[in-house]
Write a protein that binds this ligand. Structure first.
Ligand code: GDP
Ligand code: IMO
Ligand code: MG
Length: 428
């Protein structure tokens, strides 16, 4: 089996971490290819709960080689905090490989993220404040710092000084903040260099070799399709390519290697941060989803905005990513609802849109057109086959599958590792 990609089909937090963990025993490598510690993946194994941000979830599976690809932005302090926390819990992290070409998030990126958000006021994006946008902006502006720069002190110092020459003007004159010292930034970065050195590799070459040898490589996206910088609800997006195409650019493998694209989609919808969200609920139903689904951010603890399943978004994700299989997660959260509305199309100022409108203004004004399905009251957390599910739950899955543009191959019925109904093999 060649390369497999897991992506979020909505606005994040669909349960990508759990899906990666599910495939864990069948893969050799797991690669994070975009984003940074803005991600938050919760994986529940037995009575142990793990929250991962910068590291790929596959790190929890014994024998798997975890890789941080070139497309990731790395906050090196967070990297070691996360590694140390896992080591303390007995997880073997010794195989981790980090791309020499990945970019670094430093003190000034975090500061700029926070002050620019404050400056935007009511127009703010609601970022995670982790410095993601400013680090990617530096990458594209060609003034970023890369992992390999840590091993050439002269170059590192020159780059930090050049970046701060400009950024300190901004911080002091526009944002009324204190200037940041280049020496401090360089010292902090260098203090981690020797510990990082053995992990640093030409990860593109290593992955190429692994694929040539017939190994199975899983690419795990952070964020999701609707947060992708190109295909999401711009400007209310993250700053990276979180769709399947990003797996190739963010790791250095050829796109033709990708054989399967697994879209993770919740049985309803959530969003953290600002931006349009047509099926958002502001009533007791929204509270029901938030409380039952425990919809609070893994990274920032913010309550997630909740709404019904949006089929045009699932179809859009299927198309943009070339989804071969969906994993429909958190179906158990819907248990107890009398009827379950599903958005099948939008009404924009009297015009029906069956697909995602290309104009952001239209999407901001999109009013969902709902179809309603009867709910169920039976506890489904013990279901392991499709036939174990109540008839109404089966009908809901079949209806959603028909609207969403790809087969639903697995269904999440609880947070635990084995709380899953498998319908089709995800890898074939
Ligand atoms: P990710 O960012 O896509 O990896 O998702 P998060 O970890 O941020 O959020 C998903 C949450 O849902 C986590 O707390 C998971 O433990 C939980 N979860 C995943 N699948 C299921 C499921 O099928 N049912 C329930 N109840 N919880 C689930
Ligand atoms: P996972 O991988 C949900 C959102 C932020 C904000 C926007 C930009 O757990 O699904 P950023 O800090 O990236 O510049 O913020 O993107 N966001 C996420 N929302 N899940 C995530 O990751 C997210 N990562 C970023 O809330 O609206
Ligand atoms: Mg998350």
């Amino acid at each position: 089996m060649p390369a497999i990609v897991i992506i979020g089909a909505q606005w994040g937090d669909e349960g990508k971490g759990k899906a990666t963990d599910l495939l864990g025993s069948r893969i050799d490598y797991v690669v994070k290819f975009n984003g940074g510690n803005n991600a938050g993946h919760t994986v529940v194994i037995g009575n142990q709960k793990y929250a991962l941000h910068l590291l790929p979830s596959g790190i929890l599976t014994e024998g798997v080689t975890p890789v941080i690809g070139n497309g990731v932005v790395i906050d090196i302090e967070v990297l070691f905090d996360e590694l140390d926390a896992l080591i303390a819990r007995g997880v073997d992290v010794s195989k981790l490989k980090v791309s020499a070409n990945a970019h670094l998030i430093t003190h000034y990126h975090r500061t700029l993220d926070k002050v620019t958000e404050r400056f935007l006021g009511s127009r703010s994006i609601g970022t995670t404040g982790r410095g993601i946008g400013p680090a990617y902006a530096d990458k594209i502006n060609r003034v970023g710092l890369r992992v390999q720069d840590l091993f050439d002190e002269n170059i590192l110092r020159q780059k930090v000084e050049a970046a701060l020459d400009q950024k300190n003007h901004l911080l002091v004159k526009i944002y009324n903040r204190r200037a940041i010292s280049a020496d401090e930034v360089v010292e902090t970065l260098l203090s981690y260099a020797e510990r990082l050195r053995p992990m640093v590799a030409d990860t593109a070459l290593e992955l190429h070799t692994a694929l040539e040898e017939g190994k199975t490589v899983l690419f795990e996206a952070g964020q999701a399709t609707m947060l992708d910088v190109d295909h999401g609800t711009y400007p209310f997006v993250t700053s990276s390519s979180s769709t399947a195409g990003g797996a190739a650019t963010g790791s250095g493998i050829g796109p033709g290697r990708i054989a399967r694209v697994i879209g993770i989609v919740k049985a309803y919808t959530t969003r953290v941060g600002a931006g349009p969200f047509p099926t958002e609920l502001f009533d007791a139903s929204g509270e029901f989803l938030r409380a039952n689904g425990f919809e609070f951010g893994t990274t920032t603890g913010r309550p997630r905005r909740c709404g019904w399943y949006d089929a045009p978004i699932a179809r859009y994700s299927a198309r943009i990513n070339g989804v071969t299989d969906f994993v429909l997660t958190k179906l158990d959260v819907l248990t107890g609802l009398e009827t379950i509305p599903v958005c099948v199309a939008y009404d924009v100022d009297g015009v029906r849109f069956d697909e995602m409108p290309v104009s952001q203004s239209d999407f901001h004004h999109a009013v969902p057109i709902y179809e309603e399905f009867p709910g169920w009251t039976e506890d489904i957390t013990g279901a392991r086959t499709f036939d174990d599910l109540p008839k109404n739950a089966q009908d809901y899955i079949l209806a959603v599958e028909k609207m969403s543009g790809a087969r639903i191959s697995a269904i999440g019925v609880g947070p635990g590792r084995d709380e899953i109904v498998e319908r089709h093999d995800l890898l074939s």
